[in-house]
Design a protein around this ligand. Structure first.
Ligand code: SF4
Length: 468
């Protein structure tokens, strides 16, 4: 991500100001953010909170509205204190930032779980997936693999099965590899320093900073999409959200600002602010603890920019690649399905799938279905299948959307005629019952195809992607 790059020119937006964050401002930002977090943080299982968790948007909204009502004096502070087990402290105005004195909080929130493995799992799952989806996956994962040792001892299929539906399957594979590395190299103890964490396969700068700070309270910085957005607005920084120069600047700011006493809470507060208040499309500046110091908000008030959402600058979105596929869903007499393992890299790396061919070039032709059948039969022969099979198209197509691709799938149901030579299937092809396939992990796309073939097969909910 780093290296010499040109900052994107965005007329009207300010250059970075090196003196923007002086020591008093830094202190004020820390205090305001930590006080806000103590009162309004979400209850999440990996933070050590007992249920109920802040898992649905209704709950988050009511939590936000309780806080807003309390600020405006419309509700007693007891509604918040009851929810968090806290006593809300009186607020005083100091300078430009509203500050709650942490000394006045009766029971500071305990938000630093000691189990680094649990933090690691949550941080990997939260990359590109929304919190409310992760809660269910994380709790099931921790029941199934309660320790790093349990994860290291699991098979790839068991890991895949526990991850099925979350998407971006490389994350699960790398987490598994990382757990085995930590077991072999560190006796199963997750290293505490950012430097050692960075040597663990699959752990990059963000995850290393998150584990070091959240699990071990080390003053390590974290920068994710939420933090980039908050800093881009707070300091009115140039560059679009994926711009390497903006990321570099945000890492410097994060390193400078991280609270040396409470890095765990500070980093979580910063990310939480981006996720719940300083959101991409509808930031709630009226209830933001940093509004008094926010440069983007000042520019809006002065009429110099139209909206705080002008930061970070918009990046032109590449359209999703459209793929049109034909799939062969062949079952034998024992209700076993012919499934292939996808290659170890690329989309859905290592996942089970029906044999498929690209048929985009056949769109609009009269013999599209017949030509698709010929291609699928050729593929089955290449996979080592030697028996005669008839392929009949399902009436409806199946659509599945990935972050960068949109698949339209014409599914052909295969019926084996029982003639032909014995098959010599390639190593990546297997005949599996549905139960065996489920144990090995079924992706959301395959789930949809199976549901189209067998309406009694559940159409499981796909994991929602996090929007930055
Ligand atoms: S004041 Fe608004 S734009 Fe600025 S950091 Fe807070 S929510 Fe984001």
């Amino acid at each position: 991500m780093e290296g010499p790059v040109e900052l994107e020119e965005a007329p009207g937006l300010l250059d970075e100001d090196p003196g923007w964050c002086g020591s008093q401002k830094k202190q004020n930002i820390r205090r305001a953010l930590l006080a806000w977090y103590s009162l309004e943080r979400r209850r999440l299982p990996w933070r050590g909170d007992p249920p109920p968790w802040s898992e649905d948007k209704g709950m988050l909204r009511s939590q936000a509205s309780k806080a807003e009502q309390c600020k405006q004096g419309k509700a007693s502070s007891s509604s918040i204190t009851k929810f968090f087990g806290l006593k809300a402290a009186p607020r005083e105005k100091t300078g430009k930032i509203e500050v709650i004195d942490l000394e006045d909080l009766e029971h500071p929130v305990q938000s630093c779980p000691q189990n680094a493995y649990a933090v690691w799992v949550s941080e990997v799952m939260l990359q590109q997936t929304q919190v409310e989806v992760v809660i269910g996956y994380w709790t099931r994962w921790m029941e199934r693999f309660p320790s790093l040792q349990a994860l290291a001892a699991a098979t790839a299929d068991e890991v895949n099965n526990a991850w099925a539906g979350l998407g971006f399957y490389g994350r699960a594979r790398r987490l598994h590899e990382g757990a085995r590395y930590v077991l072999e190299q560190h006796g199963g103890e997750v290293p505490q320093s950012r430097e050692e964490l960075l040597r663990v396969p699959g752990i990059g700068p963000y995850t290393a900073g998150a584990i070091a700070s959240i699990a071990f309270n080390q003053p390590a910085a974290v920068v994710d999409g939420n933090v980039v957005r908050v800093f881009a607005r707070l300091a009115a920084l140039k560059g679009h959200s994926k711009c390497p120069a903006l990321h570099k600047r945000c890492w410097k700011l994060a390193e400078d600002l991280v609270d040396p006493e409470r890095p765990a809470d500070f980093n979580q507060a910063l990310m939480e602010l981006g996720a719940t208040v300083c959101t991409p499309l509808a930031p709630a500046c009226s209830r933001c603890p940093l509004s008094a110091t926010c440069k983007a908000l000042k520019l809006v008030t002065a009429g110099q920019v139209g909206s705080v959402t002008d930061f970070p600058a918009k990046q032109s979105q590449k359209p999703r690649r459209q793929r049109i596929l034909a799939l062969a869903a062949v079952a034998d007499a024992s209700d076993c399905w012919m499934l292939v393992r996808r290659p170890k890299t690329g989309l859905l790396a290592g996942q089970l799938d029906f044999p498929s061919v690209d048929v985009a070039d056949l769109e609009g032709t009269d013999d599209r279905k017949a030509a698709s059948v010929l291609r699928l039969q050729k593929l089955l022969v290449e996979l080592g299948f030697r028996q005669e099979v008839t392929l009949t198209p399902l009436s409806a197509q199946v659509e599945h959307v990935f972050s960068h691709e949109h698949h339209t799938m014409q599914v052909f149901r295969g019926c084996i005629a029982g003639h032909g030579e014995p098959s010599e299937l390639k190593p990546n092809v297997s005949w599996l019952t549905l139960q065996q396939a489920e144990e090995a992990g079924i992706t959301s796309g395959l789930q949809k195809v199976l549901h189209a073939l067998l309406p009694t097969f559940p159409a499981k909910r796909a994991a929602k992607r996090q929007k930055h």
